[in-house]
Design a protein around this ligand. Structure first.
Ligand SMILES: Nc1ncnc2c1ncn2[C@@H]1O[C@H](COP(=O)(O)OP(=O)(O)O)[C@@H](O)[C@H]1O
Ligand SMILES: [Mg+2]
Length: 365
């Protein structure tokens, strides 16, 4: 049976610190949708959210994809509308399936998923709940803990505790966690705002820096461990499937922003060289992690693995992982026998089937 090509809406950029990464991810995904293996199936329409949150149609979006870097103000039609979402650009209402390739706040956190849900149009990836719980490290950790999944010891704090009674907070964190520990804003990503504290002074400085970025904070006991990652896809009507594992190796004390995004400072090993029992445990935990936060479609689940003790801890879930040509998520699937054009096609078809079933009164995400 042949069908006419479906309009797929690729939306990228976003009012988030990960705007530039999203553009690189979107270029890879656009090429996969347009790949010869998907010929005749889809027509791709691209939409760009500028760093101030305005939505733009295909002229601006294609120009940004071609240049590979954020829009320059003079490229945008003037006068500029107010920042934020002010309505749909031309072509958006005809989209049959949305493909959000957005990272971080305003794209990975349930906000745009809520808009697509209200529109009653299928979209790739987790729904409002999975996206929101996966984004906020406090909520994510609570969901993992409730599911009995192993995590390093952690504590939660708020920016107002840092401002109002820092000494009481420092006392509590020293008693519960000790040093070294890691301070994290709950809702950023790419290691932004994260610091490693080795004493009371650096803990206070780290808390104050994180509190300036986010009212919700997480503090974790520091562990010496290798960093493993697993890609998950499926969900809805399909079983969740876990990929082979990858390892991030880097030449730094920890995987901070500079190490993540500087050429040559880190590399990946796929498949990760770990005992088969560890690989199996991580794959099973990756699926449990998705179930715990209600993630579906695609997620990357990250682990800490102590070779010395054999312990494996869940670190985090990313419900819209990076898709650049160097990103772990597509590479893990390629190494598991699923090339990128097929991976993207199956994500689109899975979203469509899930949506159709929910319209028929089936389970909703
Ligand atoms: N508890 C910890 N022990 C050791 N290293 C950690 C710990 N938490 C974070 N790190 C280091 O910080 C990096 C970023 O932390 P992560 O929680 O993954 O934040 P992000 O969401 O920004 O990626 C990790 O990849 C790791 O190198
Ligand atoms: Mg991380």
């Amino acid at each position: 049976m042949t069908r006419s090509p479906l309009p797929v809406g690729l939306i990228f950029g976003g009012a988030s610190g990960e705007h530039a990464v999203s553009i690189r991810s979107a270029a890879t995904v656009a090429a996969a949708v347009r790949h010869a293996d998907n010929a005749g199936r889809y027509t791709l329409r691209c939409f760009y959210i500028d760093p101030d949150g305005r939505w733009w149609g295909s002229d601006v979006a294609e120009a940004v994809l071609a240049q590979g870097t954020p829009v320059r103000p003079e490229q945008l039609p003037q006068p500029l509308p107010e920042p934020g979402f002010r309505g749909f650009p031309a072509g958006a209402l005809e989209v049959a399936i949305w493909l959000p390739v957005l990272h971080g706040p305003n794209g990975e956190d349930g906000t745009i998923q809520g808009l697509f849900t209200l529109m009653q149009v299928p979209f790739v990836g987790s729904g409002v709940l999975g996206s929101a719980v996966g984004m906020d490290k406090q909520a994510m950790k609570a969901a993992f803990a409730a599911a009995g999944l192993p995590q390093v010891p952690y504590a939660c704090a708020s920016a107002s505790q840092v401002a109002q009674d820092p000494n009481a907070l420092l006392d509590r964190l020293e008693a519960e966690l000790g040093y070294p520990c890691f301070v994290k804003p709950a809702n950023l990503g790419s290691s932004v705002g994260i610091s490693k504290a080795t004493d009371r002074a650096s803990l206070l400085a780290g808390l104050q820096a994180a509190a300036a970025l986010d009212p919700r904070l997480v503090i974790e006991q520091g562990v010496t461990a290798r960093e493993l990652e697993c890609a998950v896809r499926g969900g809805g009507h399909q079983p969740l499937q876990a990929s082979v594992l990858g390892e991030i190796c880097f030449d730094a004390d920890w995987y901070d922003y500079e190490t993540k995004y500087s050429e040559g400072k880190s590399h990946t090993v796929i498949p990760a060289v770990v005992p088969e029992a560890i690989a199996q445990r991580a794959r099973a935990m990756a699926i449990q992690a998705c179930e715990a936060v209600a993630a579906m479609g695609l997620s990357r689940v990250d682990f800490f693995y102590s070779e010395a003790s054999g312990e494996l801890w869940l670190n985090e879930i990313n419900t819209l992982p990076g898709f650049t040509s160097q990103s772990m998520y597509p590479m893990l699937w390629a190494a598991s026998g699923v090339p990128l054009p097929i991976l993207v096609r199956e994500m689109l078809e899975g979203a469509r089937e899930w949506h159709q079933a929910s319209l028929l009164g089936g389970p909703s995400a």
